[in-house]
Design a protein around this ligand. Structure first.
Ligand code: NAD
Length: 467
């Protein structure tokens, strides 16, 4: 990313970096490239703000509801900015803003429960819950607003303060969100910092941070865990996925094809829980490939601000290059593109929606996370073979099983090694459910009450019982 406009503010080099519109490949705005040294003052202010914020749960709950209303009012501006910097169709940006608001409202109404320990001893022993202190929230570029809210809403509801760092590819909507929230929340309760590495690494290792909640790739997650170990801060890691969908032999292909297509291609496949590998019974394989390829060829691809667009560009140039590389590798390994297979000529980071068949199971597009509009469809002969293949990667975020007999499909879904398994759906999430990847896909639990308790520590008060 290019930098521009260096000057000096408050003793720091206030460089800025450009933000690129992925639909054009052109820079259209810029933000401060904050330096790691600036975090000392930011975290110090977050620490001071914590004293007031943690004191009154009722006031907090009210403030978070007011914050949700303010974000709703700013929804149009947030959605347009999000589409411009992220690339997703405007309707999806509106939906993301709505999910951001919903998270604030959900956690505003959630409070931890004090519990009495009853174990026969003549004592009164109570478990209460205390906040942790300043929380670092580090977010990727695929859902900048809703993933930020999934972190700051439970952290704030628990009484912590938050320093939020968006991806350098998508800082603008988060900065706007930060200023909308700053106008209604007490000062320094939520601070947005923007900058390129090593800003995130420094934030994760900052001694004043008590919880690092991170969403991103497995490799960065490992670096974050190591960095946080320096101050023994708690870590919650929501990492990459390589979700498999397994079609059963009684599946009605016509009936599910549309839903399945969008489970793989929504947000241009840049979803941690997108279907990234599809296993179809050998007998149905050709029919499945055809149904998906038809849709891939017909879907309207274009700039997200264009009202007809259903699929926008890939978010950034390195990601486009990565998608191109794994696709070319699969084709070189002997795969065939039933649709797409290459990037689109012309401006912007567009990649043709791609359905791959005849893919060797060891190809990187199957074993790794493509995170783009490319879906390998693999045939299987026995169900055990399909389940083994689905469980064969280091990832374990989600998975799904599709068929007409729901009980049978559920029994197969139970065999998937992942945090959430669906039948005839994929990536349908409730705010009230736990969200936790297994294997390399994550550490800790977010979502629902678990997300709130993940931002709290137990505090036990023990005294003799009244005579
Ligand atoms: P990434 O790991 O490159 O970056 C994520 C965030 O970490 C960004 O803000 C980045 O600037 C920051 N960062 C980079 N290096 C850092 C370091 N050394 N220390 C601290 N922070 C650092 O991920 P990405 O490319 O932005 O996002 C795509 C990945 O995110 C995919 O793997 C996807 O599956 C994953 N993801 C997971 C979930 C989930 O809930 N499990 C959700 C969305 C995305």
């Amino acid at each position: 990313m290019p930098t521009s406009g260096a000057d000096r503010v408050s003793g720091y080099r206030a460089a800025r970096f450009a933000v690129v519109d992925p639909a054009t490949g052109e820079a259209f705005d810029e933000v401060p490239d904050q330096q790691p040294e600036e975090l000392d003052a930011v975290v110090d202010r977050a620490h001071r703000a914590w004293r007031g914020w943690r004191a009154d749960p009722v006031a907090r709950s009210t403030a978070l509801r007011v914050a949700a209303d303010a974000v709703e009012v700013a929804g149009g501006d947030l959605a347009r900015l999000l589409t411009q910097e992220q690339g997703k169709p405007l309707a999806e940006s509106y939906a993301e803003v709505a999910r951001t608001v919903a998270r604030l409202r959900y956690f505003a109404d959630l409070a931890p429960r004090t519990r009495r320990i009853v174990d026969g001893r003549p004592v009164r022993s109570e478990i209460r819950w205390r906040s942790l202190g300043p929380v670092a929230a580090i977010v990727p570029w695929n859902f900048p607003l809703q993933l930020a809210a999934a972190k700051f809403a439970p952290a704030l509801a628990a009484g912590n303060t938050v320093v939020l760092k968006p991806s350098p590819f998508t800082p603008l909507a988060t900065r706007l969100l930060g200023s909308v929230l700053a106008a209604v929340l007490p000062e320094d309760v939520l601070t947005v910092v923007t900058g390129r590495e090593p800003l995130g690494a420094r934030l994760a290792s900052h001694p004043g941070i008590r919880h690092v909640t991170f969403t991103g790739s497995v490799s960065t997650g490992r670096a974050v865990a190591e960095a946080a170990a320096a101050s023994l801060a708690r870590v919650t890691l929501e990492l990459g996925g390589n979700d498999a969908a397994v079609l059963l032999d009684d599946v009605d292909v016509d009936r599910i094809a549309e839903r399945l297509f969008w489970a793989a291609f929504r947000n241009c496949g840049q979803v941690c829980m997108a279907v990234k590998r599809l296993y179809a019974p050998a007998r149905l394989h050709a029919e499945v490939v055809e149904a998906l390829a038809q849709r891939a060829k017909a879907v309207a691809v274009g700039p997200g601000l264009n009202p007809e667009t259903r699929l926008g560009p890939v978010n950034n140039a390195p990601q486009l290059a990565r998608i191109e590389r794994v696709t070319q590798q699969a084709l070189a390994d002997g795969a065939r593109a039933a649709a797409g297979g290459r990037r689109r000529e012309g401006p912007g980071y567009f990649f043709a929606p791609t359905i791959l068949t005849d893919v060797p199971p060891g190809s990187a597009v199957v074993t790794g996370e493509q995170f783009g509009p490319v879906l390998p469809v693999l045939p299987y002969r026995s169900l055990d073979e399909a389940v083994d293949a689905a469980n064969s990667t280091g990832f374990g975020l989600g998975g799904s099983v599709w068929g007409s007999d729901l009980d049978r499909a559920e029994a197969v879904a139970e065999r998937l090694e992942c945090g959430t398994a669906w039948v005839n759906h994929h990536a349908e999430l409730s705010l009230a459910q736990p969200f936790a990847g297994v294997k390399d896909s994550g550490v800790g639990v977010a979502g629902g009450p678990w997300g709130l308790y993940g931002n709290l520590r137990p505090f036990v008060v023990h005294r003799p019982q009244e005579a």
